[in-house]
Design a binder for this molecule. Sequence first.
Ligand SMILES: [Zn+2]
Length: 81
Amino acid sequence: MFEPRLFIEGEEMKCRICGRAGEDEVCKRHAEAEIKLREHFKVWAERTGIGWTEYLRAIVENERTGTLVKEAAIYLLRSRR
Ligand SMILES: [Zn+2]
C-alpha cells in the first residue's frame, strides 16, 4: 500500500536504517552504500544471472561485506524494492 508522506518544514527525516537525521529516507552514508550495492549487482547479474534477493542474501552472509553495505542490504531485503 502506498502511503503518501507529508513533509513538514523544519521536521528532520530520520534514516530508516540507523536513525540518523537526514534529508531522505536513508542518510547519505546508507544511500551511498545502496548505490554501491545496485551497481555491484548489475555486474553480478550479468555474469551469473543471480536474482536481486539472492544477491542481497549473499551480501549479508559475506563476512567481508562492510557494515554500512550490510545494513543497507538487510534494509533492502526487508523493504523488497
Ligand atoms: Zn543511515
